[in-house]
Design a protein around this ligand. Structure first.
Ligand code: NDP
Ligand code: ZN
Length: 177
């Protein structure tokens, strides 16, 4: 897997998410979020494999767009597709059940999927601190922080430096308005 595959994954995600926006007041382009995960892993983390970076770029395509596992497998192969599927929620389940399933599954997923999930929680806490969903109360933001911490508890040991980044963000709850 090469630099070309990473560029291809970024371009594929940009195309799939092109009509979606984040939930912040400015409705930022959705692709900023997968790019932020890739940056957490490749720039702040360091040493991650191209497969993990590709999976980070693609992590919300199956969950949030019409992308299928077969489509990903044909372009990016079984390893990247497998990581993406490990971090994809089952949308047939009720939202509250899905959130509990993430907590329950976290310790049992592969180290590669743990890295993507840890980066996802880091990015979402950063977003909630800097550019939160427009209509969220402080209580709702705190509830998200606490749920994310329960998921991350099941990922620990996979990357202590990035876990410390998460802990630093979690410690900033007093800033939530
Ligand atoms: P959502 O799952 O609806 O939204 C959070 C998700 O939105 C994130 O995981 C992220 O997912 C995505 N997202 C997009 N833009 C942003 C942004 N700017 N900042 C952060 N995340 C962003 O919300 P909840 O996690 O709160 O889950 C809903 C659950 O909460 C339901 O079960 C509901 O019943 C309950 N609820 C709780 C309330 C409370 O006060 N605690 C109030 C109302 C509902 P991704 O990375 O996949 O893009
Ligand atoms: Zn995400």
């Amino acid at each position: 897997m090469s630099a070309a595959a990473i560029v291809k994954a970024a371009q594929f995600a940009a195309e799939k998410h092109k009509n979606q926006r984040r939930k912040d007041a400015d409705a930022s382009p959705y692709i900023n979020h997968p790019l932020a995960l890739a940056s957490v892993l490749a720039v702040e983390g360091g040493g991650e494999t191209p497969e993990v970076i590709c999976a980070a770029l693609l992590h919300d395509t199956v969950e949030d767009t019409e992308t299928t596992a077969e489509e990903l497998a044909a372009i990016f192969g079984a390893t990247v597709t497998g990581i993406v599927l490990e971090v994809t929620d089952d949308k047939s389940l009720d939202k509250a059940v899905r959130k509990e399933e993430q907590v329950r599954h976290a310790p049992h997923i592969s180290p590669e999927a743990k890295l993507v999930k840890l980066a996802d929680k880091i990015c979402n806490l950063r977003d909630i601190l800097a550019s939160p969903p427009a209509d969220w109360s402080a209580d709702r933001k705190r509830a998200y922080f606490d749920w994310a911490a329960r998921v991350v508890a099941g990922l620990r040991g996979v990357h202590p430096a990035l876990e410390a980044v998460f802990d630093g963000l979690y410690g900033r709850q007093a800033e939530l308005l």
